[in-house]
Design a protein around this ligand. Sequence first.
Ligand SMILES: NC(=O)c1ccc[n+]([C@@H]2O[C@H](COP(=O)([O-])OP(=O)(O)OC[C@H]3O[C@@H](n4cnc5c(N)ncnc54)[C@H](O)[C@@H]3O)[C@@H](O)[C@H]2O)c1
Length: 264
Amino acid sequence: MTRAFAPATYPGLAGRAVLNTGGARGIGYAMARAFARHGAYLMLMDRDADALAGAAATLRADFPDARIAVHAGSVTEEADVAAACDACAESFGSLDILLTNAGISMNRPSLDLSPADWRRAIDVNLTGTFLCAQAAARHMKAQGGGVILNTASMWGLSASANRAAYCASKAGVISLTEVLADEWAAHGIRVNAICPGYIRTALTDELIADGKLDLAAIEARTPQGRMGTPEEVAEMAVYLASDAAVFITGHAHLADGGFRARGF
Ligand SMILES: NC(=O)c1ccc[n+]([C@@H]2O[C@H](COP(=O)([O-])OP(=O)(O)OC[C@H]3O[C@@H](n4cnc5c(N)ncnc54)[C@H](O)[C@@H]3O)[C@@H](O)[C@H]2O)c1
């Protein structure tokens, strides 16, 4: 029997201040909804100002008691990242949880991958994650602790042809997660990576439409026979951010319907 998705509740997340990059759509937006449901305060950061405004309006309508603010900017720009962290701390009094969802795909045969595309994937996915973690941790250290959840990917743990820059960037995010967990445990900061498998979002819909992802092949290859939902990934985030997970740090956590476990 396939069991239905059943979200849990972590009352301790109420009133925690969350900075969520890439929060305007997809997995980041689903995380925003999951944290809003818990009564957390949300600072959404995204480079897409229109999508950001739309996401905030929907969240405010659906969660009338929620405190939601937005900051348009890019995770690749140090000044934007520092401003978003400061805005979170000023609006809500702290920065308790950082969710780094901003990311881009990069599907190209390696022989055709231009240096510019390589740099773009590394810049957004890896350097952007580092800049956000560093800026947030400066607040968290001063506060006495915090939680950082970096959205990496199943493709940071396994190889996939035609995704050299993407895989390398996400493997880098996992390594970064381990180093920062080790380094910042002394400051009360937990750092984990979330590794989604194939999740149905605008990003994957675009790849399917462009013929870069084969939906039927993904479904056949996945033990559970389907792509995941952003909500299923968001549920892992609220658990890992909660005090139910206080002893969990420095790990890469998969939500992939069994995709990576299946061998030949
Ligand atoms: N969808 C999947 O199957 C899947 C699987 C594994 C990992 N991921 C990862 O999850 C994260 C979210 O993916 P998604 O599918 O929700 O993607 P998405 O494209 O639907 O959403 C990504 C969001 O990030 C924002 N963004 C992109 N670059 C940015 C930048 N430089 N600064 C600020 N915001 C920026 C976009 O505007 C967008 O709102 C990404 O890091 C992605 O690599 C997704």
